[in-house]
Design a protein around this ligand. Structure first.
Ligand code: ADP
Length: 458
């Protein structure tokens, strides 16, 4: 993998980001700790120096003689600290160690008197932390020294610790980058490969990613997108096959019968008229089919714009019924209009709703041989319900869920006679749902069917 590819990996970016934040935080924390520690430690040491110096000064004040001085000096000899005593003229008279340059340089000038004070705290620049205490009023001073070397050693240990924590953090960060790349980048790469394959047309992909976090959910979404695409592809292929089949059948009839007519292959003029009537019927079928297909394609590509206007559903239904009465009468069927007159007006696309009622009532006529068709409308809470009931052949229960599909016809040979395309109910459902409504069917074979539309009344 090239360096730029590596640097582009999300895990590396995130890992580097986390590590820098970690390191910055640790740096700040350790700096604070370092500052606090050195200050507290230095304070502690200087206070201790003052306390011990005070004790020595008190003993000396009480008994200021050579033996007490020797005693004080001996006491300090075994310890880390050192003591130095000067007389009233600030001349060194005793010391627990051999005074070096830094010790001497802090001895007060003749005539200066300090009572009880830390005179050196800067352990970085000087060899000692120094406290000075006066011995009584005129007996000179006592100096207490704490070697800066000890503090420097402790600080060095602290610095080494900080260094190792830093190294530890960096190693941890690399571990983190590794884990991240396992947990995050790997699934992303799997998904990338899957989408690449999907782009080549292999829509159905199994993307195995454990868990239920956002990444796993994304994987599931991609997988279901693939499944949907596959379904879409299958439907499209089925659709194209259906369309070509649907177009081919009437065209075969038209071609066959027009051949017969044009070649004069008929015996009587009645026969000729019959063939021409078949040609005409099939041409009509083609025309209806193309019309339905055009409608459907508009619905499919989202050009399905509803031109809503305030309308009275009763008036629309009445118009459709009046137009279809002749066709019903031809089959000896009565259409009963039981639509309620005073229903609230609704916003709807009048032309499309007309199409819905045409399709449903036409179907009722088509699939009913005797009896009647009843069209009802009424209000049920905030819904307007429209029912189209027939006493026709009904729909077998196993076909009921499928009748809304494109080109689905219960009995192809039967609908061949009735001239259906199988698109009618599909369009009806799209239009009703486009209006925010629902459509259901209740049907019993050889008893009849009821199609019920529910539309919101406001
Ligand atoms: P078609 O143009 O074939 O009528 P539709 O989409 O309108 O197509 O209807 C789909 C199928 O549903 C029809 O082929 C028919 O078998 C069945 N169907 C629709 N309405 C009725 C009904 N009122 N009675 C019985 N069967 C029906």
């Amino acid at each position: 993998m090239k360096f730029t590819q590596r640097i582009n990996r999300v895990s590396l970016k995130l890992g580097l980001l986390f590590s820098s934040v970690f390191l910055a935080l640790i740096f700040i924390l350790e700096m604070v700790l370092y500052g606090v520690f050195t200050n507290i430690f230095v304070d502690y040491v200087t206070q201790d120096l003052l306390a011990r110096g005070n004790n020595h000064a008190k003993i000396l004040e009480a008994n200021y003689n050579q033996s007490t001085i020797d005693h004080v000096v001996t006491m300090e000899k075994g310890s880390r600290t050192a003591v130095l005593i000067t007389d009233a003229k600030n001349q060194i008279i005793a010391s627990s160690v051999k005074p070096d340059q830094d010790m001497k340089s802090h001895i007060l000038e003749n005539g200066t008197v300090k009572k009880n004070e830390v005179i050196e705290k800067d352990w970085n620049e000087h060899d000692y932390l120094i406290a000075v205490i006066s011995i009584g009023k005129n007996n000179g001073h006592l100096y207490m020294y704490y070697p800066s070397k000890i503090i420097k050693e402790i600080v060095l240990v602290l610095k080494i610790l900080i260094f190792f924590t830093f190294i530890g953090t960096i190693l941890l960060s690399f571990g983190l980058i590794g884990i991240l790349s396992q947990k995050l980048t790997r699934p992303l790469l799997i998904m990338k490969d899957a989408t690449k394959r999907m782009a080549k047309g292999e829509y159905e992909q199994t993307i195995l990613i454990k868990g239920n976090d956002e990444v796993a959910q994304l994987a599931k979404s991609i997988q279901s997108l693939g499944e949907q695409l596959q379904e879409y592809e299958d439907t499209r292929n089925d659709f194209l096959a259906d369309v070509s089949h649907e177009l081919r059948t009437p065209l075969t009839y038209i071609k066959g019968y027009s051949d017969i007519v044009s070649k004069g292959m008929y015996k009587t003029s009645e026969e000729q008229a019959e063939y021409i009537s078949i040609i005409n019927k099939e041409a009509n079928r083609l025309s209806f089919l193309l019309n339905d297909l055009f409608e459907m394609s508009k619905l499919q590509v989202g050009k399905f714009e509803l031109k809503r206007e305030k309308a009275d559903v009763h008036i629309i239904i009445e118009k459709v019924i009046n137009n279809l009465i002749p066709a019903a009468l031809e089959k000896g069927i009565v259409i009963k209009d039981e639509t309620a007159i005073h229903l609230p007006e609704m916003y709807m696309d009048v032309q499309r709703m007309e199409q819905v009622f045409y399709n449903l009532i036409e179907n009722a006529i088509k699939y009913t041989d005797k009896g009647e068709i009843t069209v009802k409308s009424y209000q049920q809470k905030e819904m307007i319900v429209i029912e189209i009931k027939d006493t026709g052949i009904g729909i077998p229960s196993q076909d009921i869920p499928k009748i809304w599909d494109r080109f689905y016809r219960v009995d192809k040979s039967r609908t061949r006679k009735t001239g259906g395309s199988g698109l009618g109910l599909f369009l009806v459902k799209q239009i009703v749902e486009g209006h925010g409504g629902r459509i259901f069917v209740n049907s019993v074979e050889d008893v009849g069917s009821i199609f019920s539309i529910y539309l919101k009344s406001n």
